[in-house]
Design a protein around this ligand. Sequence first.
Ligand code: EPZ
Length: 429
Amino acid sequence: MDRIRIVGGNKLNGTISISGAKNAALPLMIAALLTEETLILDNVPRLADVAQLQRILGNHGVDIMSAGKRSGDREYQGQTLHISAADIIDTTAPYELVSRMRASFWVIAPLIARMHEARVSLPGGCAIGTRPVDLLIMALEKLGADISIDGGYVVAKAPGGLRGADIAFPKVTVSGTHVALMAATLAKGTSVITNAACEPEVTDVADCLNKMGGRITGAGTPCIIVEGVDRLHGARHTVLPDRIEAGTYAMAVAMTGGEVQLSGARPELLQSALDVLCEAGATVSVNNDGIRIGRNGAGLRPVKVATAPFPGFPTDLQAQLMALMTCADGASVITETIFENRFMHVQELARFGARISLDGETATIRGIDRLRGAPVMATDLRASVSLVIAGLAAEGETMVNRVYHLDRGFERLEEKLSACGASIERIRD
Ligand code: EPZ
């Protein structure tokens, strides 16, 4: 398995182009199952998760063509996918495929909505917590699906099609909102989704569904109204920029010092993280091209942060912030409220000499002057990139093992960082 070698200590200076958002691209690709016409998605990041979802959709009979750059495209424009689900040949999503990527469970929504049946493997446990799908099932049942569990599979049937319903989520769930939204677009009548997730990726999917002929209002607020339509048609949509990737590089610059332009980043998608970075001593300015982040001279100040659904501080930036705070001048407190077990990076950050203590869902980080490089490894995507951030600032060499996780969610990570002066290389095994 590939590894990443970093020699820490270099400041980051230059420009980083922000890619399309993984967590929007995945549900957008899945939404293509809702129509027999072609959905064209621009700015899709080249990531292992996207490739894996292409395989999963292929299993249902979906044709996907990846187009190269078009004239006028920025140098680092993501790929364009032409996705055609004209003939769905199989409504089963098998364990071997779903267990590799949780988001693939979401195919259950378009399959039951359009084909009136689906058989999708339960995704199983995952490195960041138990992550049940009970609320996704609740949403589909409200819409009239008959659901049973058989041999580890969720079997959903709706012989007469889905019917609009009121779906009130007891807690904010991105996956639940995506599933409810996709399923309700082809249901008969009106659905009202309350306590809906307000994440920008949900809004992006709703925008795309509307381009496909859906009738959705309120996406981006806690109350989404979906008037079901008989059929959806093809459309063309550009995936929004990745706020987590932008936030990650912003944390990296705050960690190493220097100044970097995050080209294509949209500040309104990560305001809470930018506020925390300012509080920690970074300078943030917004310009026509994106966000400029820097830290020159000033030390890092400790912060107190709790993760929360959008527009709160994202759980997907919690590990990166923790890496940053290992070198703050004082004690920081970070509370994880979304996933109960998202602290695997704590043990690995300790290998750099970081001083972190855990008490339930709260971590206290006592800043030290300097981290020291170490061999490290993490078992999820954001935890892995927090180790890269630590390595960039640490004295000496860091070897990040199991790079597979980084490839799931960060496009050309080494290339983007080394172009800004980092000493980082991939070692292929
Ligand atoms: C999405 O996961 C993202 N994944 C995650 O990104 C992100 O961390 C998370 O939202 C929160 O923002 C994708 O978009 C592909 P949830 P999701 O449903 O949708 C509980 C990354 O690194 N819950 O909002 O699975 C759940 O256990 C990843 O890119 C139930 O209890 O998250 C969690 O505690 C990892 N029952 C909370 O809700 C359910 O049926 C929020 O989960 C569903 C969820």
